[in-house]
Design a protein around this ligand. Structure first.
Ligand code: DON
Length: 635
């Protein structure tokens, strides 16, 4: 045993960029307090005996006891002898199984090693009658067969691969305890017999001593309790070490590894373990136990006093208590705590940032219910996408557009992708459209491309911003209701909304006062921070009002077309422009500056009032619309 840097009670936060340092300061938390209490409680348990069949292991201190929990975010909580090193022993087996799977693929490995629990002790000679195939990779026979599958040019390279893979799980460079290795090599007659038996059945195709030598060395890798927690957390995290961010094993092998840990990890105690603890696990005669809660955390316990089956007595009790008291049994999964649908509303309630002329606006208010928006969140898998599909399919009469926003979606698994693709096909058959907004490229998009029926492609459209997805629906809805020409491209002063109700002589009077400016597509019409000295009446073309976002890029506040105006603030309070306005097309504006408006107020006060009243009406309409949007978004 190698005592190291003095274990105390501590919690660490390890991040991907900066792996946890062993000298990190103590951070107290309720979880730390819980672990401290559990450690105190179980320290009194003195039953069990250290392993002696490998003579070097007999030197272990039976009172040594550490517990560590590592989360998939890389936080480590630990108490007791968590930095005392000991040999990993059988806990190496699932990790080496991962190497064999990566080297040969699942099918080839299964030809050499089964996946059935033997219900026998770790050193039993449980071979399939006839074939000689070991029952599973967790018993010694299966582990030796697994180890023989590790590829490499010579013993040194194979060993280096084993140690390096385990180091990736632990997040630090692991080493071997040569004394324990020599001790086991000198006394491991039973394993040697198993090796030769495997050679007899051609399960081993090499000299059994080569496989046994590598197996004894993998068992002698030195770890501490914190390493075990991080190794388990790496499996919980889909194969990527949560502290270093490095991939230790490809995600497709994590399921097979955890499966054999679940069914065979603690040998002839496995049924009891699953019943009482309910976490994939592996024990070792060095006194370690790892347990994994997929997607959440890894547990490492060290206490070398073993029960008659070779499992750490305190280790079993600690895992049982943690599982029971923290509610971790994998067959009692929590219900999803938040709904996948974060907000739902229709286009009648929330619109794009394009301002439509009155007729179009009224039509959208009337028919906007045919476009339903679902803002999704969290991980999409069968259970979380099912309610979304149900609402779209069963809950919305007259649905023509289903807008699914992915901004807050964290992951989409294969089943959810296939369900989504089936939804698109179904919508295609019914003449409905699925509008997907803010989907990250290379994530869902790539998977959908392969999953989707090519005939359904016309029923789906992608938009980088939700605003653009909504505008897409608005245009399509207007087209479906016969409004093909979406906005008048040019208006006269008499036709402009600001002048609504003005007498012809007032228009003629205004013609003499208003300025005229023109812009090409892409030109800045107004820059944020410029003095607000004139209201712009848009006579031709379209402009977009935008604000810069702190993280780069910009957000559209509105798109305006001929007949609308912007920069009203100039007439009321002056000050500085609050947003940028850019020409989307060729644009012509008439402008009423502050001096011109003062003149209108003096010379034609009734006209000034009419202009202000028209401005106020538009502002009120905007306020009412925004109030409705806030209510819909909050609801
Ligand atoms: O094969 C052996 O005997 C040891 N090197 C490993 C056994 C072991 O850890 C069993 N697990 N509880």
């Amino acid at each position: 045993m190698c005592p190291t840097d003095g274990a105390g009670l501590r919690t660490e936060v390890a991040t991907a960029s900066k792996p946890a340092s062993h000298d990190a300061p103590d951070v107290s938390s309720p979880i730390q307090d819980y672990l401290d209490g559990l450690h105190r409680q179980l320290a009194d348990v003195t039953s069990g005996k250290v392993a002696t069949y490998i003579p070097e292991l007999a030197k272990a201190d039976p009172s040594a006891f550490g517990i560590a929990i590592a989360t998939v975010d890389g936080r480590v909580y630990e108490v007791g002898a968590t930095r005392e090193r000991f040999t990993i022993q059988s806990i190496s087996k699932p990790f080496v199984y991962g190497i064999a799977l990566a080297d040969h693929g699942i099918e080839r490995v299964r030809q050499s090693v089964g996946v059935e629990p033997s219900g026998d002790a770790f050193n039993s000679i449980s071979l399939e009658p006839g074939t000689g195939r070991p029952m599973n990779p967790m018993i010694n026979a299966g582990a030796i067969a697994t180890t023989s599958l590790v590829k490499g040019d010579g013993a040194a390279e194979r060993l280096a691969r084993v140690v390096s893979a385990m180091s990736a799980y632990a997040g630090r460079a692991l080493t071997i305890d040569d004394a324990v290795f020599e001790s086991e090599r000198a006394t491991g007659h039973r394993n040697r017999a198993i090796g030769h038996m495997l050679r007899n059945y051609d399960i081993l195709t090499e000299d059994p001593d080569a496989a046994l030598d590598l197996y004894f060395r993998q068992c002698s890798v030195l770890v501490d309790c914190r390493d075990l927690a991080l190794m388990a957390a790496t499996l919980a995290n889909g194969g990527t070490n949560p502290a270093t961010g490095k991939v230790a094993v490809a995600p497709e092998y994590v399921g097979p590894i955890l499966s054999v840990m679940t069914t065979c990890g603690v040998y002839d105690f496995t049924g009891e373990w699953v019943y009482r603890v309910g976490l994939p696990a592996k024990s070792g005669v060095g006194g370690g136990i790892v347990a994994v809660l997929p997607g959440q955390l890894g547990i490492g316990v060290y206490s070398p006093a073993l029960d008659e089956r070779g499992n750490s007595v305190r280790g079993v009790k600690a895992c049982e208590a943690i599982s029971r008291e923290l509610g971790l049994h994998f067959l009692r999964p929590p219900r999803a705590s938040v709904s996948t649908i974060r907000a739902r509303y229709s286009l009648a309630e929330v619109r794009s940032k394009r301002r439509w002329p009155t007729a179009e606006s009224q039509l959208l208010a009337e028919h906007g219910g045919a476009a339903r928006v679902f803002e999704l969140q969290g991980d999409l898998r069968f259970a979380t996408i099912e309610p979304v599909l149900h609402e779209i399919v069963a809950g919305t009469e007259g649905l023509q557009f289903a807008v699914l926003d992915f901004k807050r979606v964290t992951h989409v698994d294969l089943a959810a992708t296939q369900m989504l693709s089936a939804l698109i096909s179904r919508c295609a058959a019914r003449g409905q459209q699925v509008v997907l907004t803010r989907v990250r490229r290379g994530d869902l998009l790539a998977a959908l491309d392969t999953a989707m029926d090519p005939r359904a492609v016309r029923a789906v459209s992608f938009h980088p911003q939700m605003d653009l997805g909504l505008e897409y629906c608005e245009r399509a809805l207007l087209r479906r209701h016969g409004i093909g020409k979406l906005a008048p491209a040019v208006v006269t002063l008499a036709e402009h909304r600001l002048c609504e109700g003005a007498a012809p002589e007032d228009i003629a009077y205004l013609e003499t006062l208003v300025g005229r400016v023109a812009f090409e597509p892409g030109d800045d019409v107004v820059r944020r921070g410029d003095p607000a000295d004139a209201i712009h009446l848009l006579m031709r073309g379209e402009v977009s009002v935008t604000v810069d976002l702190p993280g780069g890029g910009h957000k559209r506040l509105s798109t305006l077309s001929a007949g609308m105006s912007f920069g009203e603030m100039a007439l009321l309070s002056g000050g500085l422009r609050s947003a940028d306005v850019r020409a989307d097309t060729t644009v012509e504006c008439r402008t009423v500056d502050v001096a011109a408006f003062s003149r209108i107020e003096r010379e034609r006060p009734a006209l000034a009032i009419l202009l202000l009243r028209n401005l106020l009406r538009r502002s009120t309409e905007t306020a009412v619309r925004l109030t409705g949007e806030v209510a819909a978004l909050e609801g």
